[in-house]
Design a protein around this ligand. Sequence first.
Ligand SMILES: [Ca+2]
Ligand SMILES: [Ca+2]
Ligand SMILES: [Ca+2]
Length: 310
Amino acid sequence: MLGKRIILSAAILTIGLSAQTWAHDPPDLLIPAAQFPPGAEPVIDGNPVEWGPIPVETYGSVGELLYPVGAATREGRVLENASQGDINPADFQIKHKLGWSPTTNGFYILTEVFDDLHFIGRPDPARFWLDDSVEYGLNFKHQASEDITFNDGDIVTLQKYKFAYPPLEGEWQFYEPQGNLPWLTSGTKWFDIGITFEGEEFGESTYFYELRIRPIAEMPNSESATEDQAVEGILQEGMIIHWGNMISDTDEGGTEDQKRETQWSTSPSGAAANGTTDVLLSPVDPGIEFVEQQTAVEATSWARVKAQYR
Ligand SMILES: [Ca+2]
Ligand SMILES: [Ca+2]
Ligand SMILES: [Ca+2]
């Protein structure tokens, strides 16, 4: 408990010192989310077909633009002195695309991760961050870091959605601050994720993480929070929300100290998916030829892949 308190104090100090720069991080970045017209919203199955026509240059971010964050940047680590874009594409590549829909009130994410070795082998299944994993945060209220509330017993305004896949002893989805609410899990009204891969499941591969998140503007940070206590945030065109993300690469492990070689975010303060990157909810882009629906063949084969891991 003492250790936890010390860490917490250090975190508060850090936030206090850098509040200005953390308000919207990085301050000059605004990522537009493509608006899906009705009927063109992605089916959450890990099949990225709906995302094909959406240019990542406009509606997303790629490895060369991301910042090294988290444990990998600590003293003595490979990335200690790395800066934006210092990613080795032979080791790890990341592509994020963002979308949204006023019809479903959904915020959509597709993250494509190439990895020379997809590794799942942490000693404790709960410590997902030691394995290849993806983490996202959403702060609907678009708050500066110092205004986000995330403490026990508080009203929380940041939700985090974290995954390490495939499951280890059944564990693969992790939510913060509340991870054990039966109404707040994948496949509910509040969010859904579909994950697939091409290549070797535990080798060289590209994983596709496809998410739909229905924003929770605020809710009690309590193990007994009920669904009707969650205040839904309504997405509107022209609105800016805060998105957080951190994608981790581990290529070897099996011990408590296994290496997270690289961890990348759209924001220098994005460790643990802190939600500080500005995302603009764009109008429908007439230049995009949206995929109205998947073909039946595609839907069937991808659904089967997904079902193996449910
Ligand atoms: Ca899909
Ligand atoms: Ca790697
Ligand atoms: Ca890896």
